[in-house]
Design a protein around this ligand. Sequence first.
Ligand code: HSE
Length: 340
Amino acid sequence: MFSVAIMGHGVVGSGVCDALLAQNEKLSRRFGRRIALSYVLDIRDLSGTRYAPYKTESLSVILRDPEVEVVTITIGGLDLAADYCFKALEAGKHVVTSNKAVVASHGCALEKLAFEKGRRFMYEASVGGGIPIIRPLNICLFANNILEIQGILNGTTNYMLTGMFRRHASFDEMLARAQRKGYAEADPTADVDGYDAARKIAILSSIAYGAFVDYRNIPCSGIRNIAYCDHELADKAGFTIKLLAGSRFEDGIIYISVEPKLVPKGHLFSDVNSVYNAILTKGSYTGDTLFYGQGAGKEATASAVVGDIIELISTPRSYSLPEFVKIPSFLYLSALSLFI
Ligand code: HSE
């Protein structure tokens, strides 16, 4: 039995619960251990749902239960979620989270604590929704020096930009739709002003270049000032408008930014629409590698969380503590211009 507690039964947390129960037979057959959902921590009223028997409002009940091996933290915000991550690792649990604010702000400290405790801190779902990208960067592409990363990393804004153009819809109308679909953050400022994408490119760049990249220093502008007429003009000139996050590591300098860009039609990113994300990495051995898939939403993000839980069954110890070097000349410069 492999016992998992879920903290937060919102969009992502409820998706993880559903997936664990729905795929339980398959998971047990494949891994030889039954994955048991043991607790769901939330203040919401879950009575009348199939999760009522699992509900608790007490963190310490979960942390004191020796059966619980994995704590999955799918609550939003920063301070409380970070506190839960630290406490769960201190209590000797593995931690899996989808919370990119926590990873971008406290990822190094949490990785270090997990290593000291012989446990793992995992966060595949923090970038790219259902797209596997953290594990490929950490493991599959490890032989490479990563030279560059570019991506459409925010599902909400990509959904909004696509809808504004296709439906002639307003910014507010598309934002409301994205919120209804569960794509947007509780405070959608993080999406529309580019901070969510900044956190994600900071996480990817930290892993890729082995240097802690502080998202607060990233030049960042969002999509607030983009209207239908901009899409129309771009279209006539042969471009599509996308919110792009990019970073490049060259001669000891990191160039990094989050900005709306004009992407020429025919470019790989020009056909990445709706809630889809795409991430292009340039490796010294592989050259370009493209990752594409749904970047937000309940099921896609739950899939990434469940992937981390499953990896813990087979690889419960950290490979090693990621080395975060200090780069002597570490500058944050706008990566590109108006055009991709
Ligand atoms: N609000 C985020 C997005 C959720 O739209 O991409 C997934 O990280």
